[in-house]
Structure formats: structure tokens, C-alpha cells
Design a protein around this ligand. Structure first.
Ligand SMILES: Cc1ncc(COP(=O)(O)O)c(C=O)c1O
Length: 394
């Protein structure tokens, strides 16, 4: 086991590295000098094992068409078993360059025009887009925010699912942006309702490795055989190990008939082969990155605690929703009494921080901002200082 202590305080210059988060913020938000706390990647260097494996592969000097090797698939199986107690078969692990690509392929392959796709806003915007891209209708089952906690409205969910044209639910577990790690009881209820109403559950578990102590990620398809028979689980090493730019994810589909449809979609769009370097990085991360991840989660949790404490003591109008999983803080700014454009302008033009604005996650997110907590604490402190000053000057 690696006993190295990683230094997550280290500032690594990312400007000029063709980083979307750092090199695109000013252009996209039409503002200069922004502190980028938006796109969900980390400002941390990856585990040493990943860099070493990539170096070794690069030294080979030939990067032809590649496949996911037996040892790659074994590494994924071992990770799911060791980290989540989820035993998966090798054949269940299907490729996609990214989870968003997979969502689009899945909506296209598993629904027909006129079918409806159910989502739970406020939620990651590409869920909505993946349905709209294929001209499918959307149905929403908004999350309920009460006394500082988000929960699902199961009565509304059942009502919506009982519409026979609702064929698919895209579930975010853990949930981006509200940071919930759904309990076994909550997921079981979703499973029962979706079975009863014949709704396919597409469960996006890209943040599934990013849960904090005391919480447990339950893979949806690990709930029961019935849950496995009507679900598609989207997983990836990209958020977990900060390798999103290497474009590799694992779409886990236990049911053979569902898997056939998905694999046909991959063939159809010629997406069935991994990026050679992505597969190498992912395997190395799954095999050797556990210790790094534990330290990283500990660091992120302390960032989250810092923000929550800072807001409590210095900007009591704002509160951060308790973070159970993901590295994305969800800050309730509604007590400022600003409309969505005023809040956006306050954060962008006055505080000079690029947050993801809550309304982009659906109307239900209006009045909130999403902050990326996976960065050195000094940046978090800088952001809090800028925010305090902008709000004091209101
Ligand atoms: C819930 C969720 N799904 C998918 C993605 C992106 O996945 P990919 O880069 O694999 O397309 C993100 C990135 O923030 C996310 O939060």
C-alpha cells in the first residue's frame, strides 16, 4: 500500500494547459479575472500510480487502436467489489468515452419519439439535454428541500411514473448538485416504483466513489436482482481520479437484453474502442489509487467544512447544504433576495467568481450557486473572501 502523504495544498498552474475550467471561464462568462470554481474537475495532481503508468505507456511509442484488456476489466471488477461490495461480471462492463455520451446513446436507443424521460431537478443539465437532443419529452419529479435537506417526493414520483409514456428515469446517485448520497431505503423505493410502472432506470453514479465517511454509496443494480434487471449504471474513474480529459467510463449493464441494445448503439456510432491512454490511466487508478482517494476525500471534506463554517460566521444569509457526496457544494443564497440575474452578476461581476449558477440546473435551483470544492484550500479562502466583500458592498 502507498503510504505517501499527498499535498493537496499545492497550487499547480493550470492556465495555459488547455483547461476548460481555467482557460475558458473568462470567455464563457464574458468577465476577466475570474476565480474558476465551476466545471467539475479537480485542481489536484492525479495519483502517482496513474502518472507512472501513463509514462510507461507513452514510452512504448505506438498508440494504435486499443481495447480494454482482461486486466483492465478485472481492475474494474475488483474496485467495485472492494469499494462498494458490488460483485459484477466482466461482460456487464461496457465502454463509453464519457457518461454524457452514454446518456445520449441510451435515450436514443431505449426510447422512441413520444416517450417521456423523467428527471429530478435541480439536476446536472446534460440530463435534460440528453432527452431534448433526441426530441423526447421531459417529465420532472423535483426534489424537495426542507429544513436543510433534499429528499425525493415519492408520491409525485409514482404519479409521474404511472403515465405509461414515461419509459425512462435518469437518476443521479450521488446527486449533482444537491450532494445527497441516497440511502438504501430511498433507492429501493425508486426501484419498486420503476418496476411496478415498467420504467428503465438509468443511474448516473459518476460521483459514486466520492462519498464522505458515515455515508455509503449503494450501487442501484446491487440492490436486488430485480433492480439489476431494469437498470443501466453509469460509472467512471474520471471524477474520482481527476482524469476526465482521458475520456473513459464504464457503463455497467447486468441484463443481457439491455446490454445488447447498448452495445448495438456503441457499434452504430463507432464508439466501442477506448482511448489507449485512458484505459491505462483508469486501470492504474483502480488498482493503486485507493489511498490517494481516501486522502483526497478527507481534504475535500475539510474544504466543505471550511465553507460551511465561513458562511455561518461571516455571511449568515448564505448556507451550504450538507455535503454527503460529490465535491460540489450547493449554496443557498435566496436570503439575499436577488433574482437569478442579479445573483449571477453579483458573483461574476462583483465577486469575480465563476460558480455554476443554480438556475442552470432547472428553475428549482434558482437562488443557489454550485461551488467546486476540489481545489487547494487557499483558493477556497480566496473565493470566500471575494464573496464576503461583494456581499458587504451590496
Ligand atoms: C452527474 C454527472 N454525470 C456526468 C458528468 C460528466 O461525465 P463525462 O465527462 O463522463 O461525460 C458529470 C460531470 O460533472 C456529472 O456531474
Amino acid at each position: 500500500m502507498n503510504s505517501k502523504e499527498y499535498d493537496f495544498d499545492e497550487i499547480i498552474e493550470r492556465k495555459g494547459s488547455a483547461s476548460v475550467k481555467w482557460d475558458e471561464a473568462d470567455r464563457i462568462f464574458h468577465t476577466e479575472g475570474l476565480l474558476p470554481m465551476w466545471v467539475a474537475d479537480m485542481d489536484f495532481r492525479v495519483p502517482d500510480e496513474v502518472t507512472a503508468a501513463l509514462r510507461n505507456r507513452v514510452d512504448h511509442g505506438i498508440y494504435g487502436y486499443s481495447l480494454r484488456s482482461e486486466s483492465y476489466l478485472a481492475a474494474v471488477q475488483r474496485w467495485m467489489s472492494a469499494r462498494h461490495g458490488w460483485e459484477i461480471e466482466r461482460e456487464w462492463i461496457c465502454h463509453s468515452p464519457g457518461v454524457v455520451t452514454a446518456l445520449n446513446l441510451i435515450v436514443d436507443g431505449f426510447t422512441e419519439p413520444g416517450d417521456k424521460v423523467l428527471i429530478q431537478p435541480p439536476v446536472y443539465p446534460p440530463f435534460r439535454k440528453s432527452a431534448r437532443n433526441q426530441a423526447r419529452d421531459l417529465v420532472t419529479n423535483p426534489l424537495v428541500y426542507d429544513q436543510g435537506k433534499y429528499t425525493m417526493d415519492f408520491a409525485d414520483l409514482e404519479r409521474k411514473m404511472s403515465d405509461p409514456s414515461v419509459k425512462m428515469m435518469i437518476l443521479c446517485s450521488p446527486h449533482n448538485p444537491v450532494g445527497r448520497v441516497w440511502t438504501k431505503a430511498e433507492l429501493s423505493q425508486v426501484s419498486q416504483l420503476s418496476l411496478k410502472h415498467h420504467v428503465l432506470v438509468v443511474c448516473d453514479e459518476i460521483h459514486g466513489d466520492l462519498v464522505f465517511s458515515g455515508k455509503k454509496q449503494i450501487p442501484f443494480a446491487g440492490l436486488s436482482e430485480e433492480a439489476a434487471s431494469h437498470s443501466i449504471i453509469c460509472t467512471a474513474p474520471s471524477k474520482t481520479f481527476n482524469i476526465a480529459g482521458l475520456q473513459i467510463s464504464n457503463i455497467i449493464i447486468p441484463d443481457p437484453a439491455l446490454r445488447r441494445i447498448y452495445l448495438d448503439q456503441l457499434q452504430r456510432f463507432s464508439l466501442n474502442e477506448p482511448n489507449a491512454l485512458g484505459a491505462v490511466a483508469a486501470e492504474a487508478a483502480y488498482r493503486g489509487g485507493g489511498e490517494w482517494l481516501d486522502q483526497c476525500l478527507d481534504y475535500i471534506k475539510r474544504n466543505a467544512d471550511y465553507v460551511a463554517d465561513f458562511l455561518r460566521s461571516r455571511i449568515p444569509e448564505l448556507t451550504m447544504v450538507p455535503l454527503e457526496g460529490t465535491y460540489l457544494g450547493w449554496i443557498d443564497c435566496r436570503k439575499l433576495g436577488l433574482d437569478k440575474i442579479q445573483l449571477q452578476n453579483l458573483m461574476l461581476k462583483k465577486a469575480k467568481i465563476a460558480f455554476n449558477q443554480g438556475y442552470t440546473f432547472g428553475d428549482e435551483g434558482g437562488g443557489f450557486v454550485r461551488v467546486n470544492l476540489a481545489c487547494p484550500r487557499s483558493l477556497i479562502k480566496q473565493a470566500m473572501g471575494r464573496m464576503l466583500q461583494a456581499i458587504q458592498n451590496l
